[in-house]
Design a protein. Structure first.
Length: 420
């Protein structure tokens, strides 16, 4: 860490402040800040072995996160997936590697945020605590990323003679003939087509097939309002079977929804849950609260525009929000507005790295990051005469420099100078 004297500080800070907040965001570098390369989900399944729990690990990565190269019949991306599962003694109990190839016919598909690569790993393990580790490597860009998750396996078929697996959400009710996983599972749980349905896949075990099992399903938005419900009665059949229940999405609006499934058998009730989001207009996955996203438009919209959108009817708000972005920053032939995606990536990054007593996007460092993107260089300094800390952000490609001061050492960096 570099230290400098008070005299040097006076010289350094002798630059007039500019009204950076009035600047419109710059898009010189779209870096997908804060957006993970891929996502995973884990699901406990019921298997025939009474002493084992089935574990399905799903890996999902958007086309847009991969590097595609031209091939004879279009474009191709290649990834390596490495799954490791260790127990509480850090002993490796599973190691699996898969090489996955994704082919698309048109260039526009390589930038799709609606098309995914989904891969499943299935293993049967003894109940207990484990850590799941997945590493993804993009073979073209050599970009690597790791995701780790701790889990507790406890679902076995003969527990109390009745059990229900976790829910796997899928984009169809088709079964993969070579796997127990649905053919089109979803990890992100993002619904982008209003004419589509989402499917809940789950296993039910009951020791006596002559006794009925009633399944009820409810879909609730984040306010607790039930948007859809359904039920089914299981009679006879096999002791262990897999079922699908559909959720029509045409009447749902942009929101985060919880799926609650209740199974009642022989006087016992078991509940399972899952979550998904409805997003028909290509909003960034980061946005889970549209009203909050509208408030975060402070650096691209006027107070009047923000107020207008906030007061719109929920059924129109998502469409008008997207229209605002497409008119403000025309997307051209893009189906999804890349400027909007990058803006909220920056908001998310600011919230993860600069939050203190305020949300990161509202801080001075967050504001500059959102407007100008990631700096070329960050220099951290500390005064020799006090505990005051400074950060100097350089944007060499823009010929700009911003100086932030943490006067009291609590991480509350204030913009004190900008120049060049």
């Amino acid at each position: 860490m570099t230290r400098f004297t008070g005299t040097a500080l006076l010289i350094l800070l002798h630059v007039p402040l500019c009204a950076a907040a009035s600047d419109m965001p710059r898009w010189d570098r779209e870096s997908q800040l804060g957006q993970p390369l891929f996502k995973i989900s884990t699901h406990q399944r019921i298997v025939d072995d009474p002493g084992k729990t089935g574990l399905d690990v799903l890996v999902e990565v958007m086309n847009d996160m991969l590097l595609f190269v031209r091939s004879k019949d279009g474009f191709v991306a290649r990834i390596n997936l490495d799954l490791t599962i260790v127990n509480t003694d850090n002993h490796q109990v599973v190691r699996q590697v898969k090489n996955v190839t994704k082919r698309v016919g048109e260039y526009a598909q390589t930038n799709s945020r609606r098309d995914y690569v989904v891969t499943a790993f299935s293993n049967d393990l003894s109940p207990g605590s484990y850590e799941v580790k997945v590493q993804l490597e993009d073979r073209e860009s050599r970009r690597r990323e790791n995701v780790e998750k701790k889990i507790e396996l406890k679902i076995t078929p003969f527990a109390d003679h009745f059990n229900v697996s976790d829910i796997i959400l899928a984009r169809s009710s088709e079964r993969d003939s070579g796997s127990r996983v649905p053919l089109h599972p979803t990890v992100s749980g993002m619904v982008v087509d209003p004419s589509s349905s989402l499917y809940c896949c789950f296993d039910v075990f009951r020791d006596n097939t002559l006794k009925p099992c009633r399944i009820s399903l409810a879909v609730m938005n984040k306010s607790g309002v039930i948007s859809f419900s359904d039920s089914m009665l299981i009679m006879e059949g096999n002791r262990l079977s897999t079922y699908f229940m559909s959720i029509p999405c045409s009447n749902l609006t942009f929101n985060r929804y919880d799926v609650l499934l209740n199974a009642v058998y022989d006087g016992k009730t078991i509940s399972r849950s899952a979550s998904f989001s409805v997003n028909f207009h290509g909003l960034p996955w980061i946005i889970v609260d549209l009203n909050q996203a509208i408030r975060q438009m402070r650096y691209v919209a006027t107070d009047e525009e923000i107020k207008y959108l906030l007061n719109e009817f929920p059924s129109r708000k998502e469409e008008l929000f997207t229209r605002f972005w497409n008119e403000k920053f025309p997307a051209g032939k893009e189906k999804v507005n890349g400027k909007m995606i990058e803006y909220y990536n920056r908001v998310n990054y600011a919230n993860m790295h600069y939050s203190n007593n305020r949300a990161g996007w509202e801080t001075d460092r967050g504001r500059i990051l959102i407007i100008y993107g990631r700096p070329t260089e960050v220099e951290k300094r500390e005064s020799e005469t006090s505990s005051t800390r400074y950060e100097i952000w350089y944007y060499n490609h823009l010929n700009k420099r911003f100086i932030f001061k943490d006067e009291f050492g609590f991480g509350e960096y204030k913009l004190v100078s900008t120049g060049w």
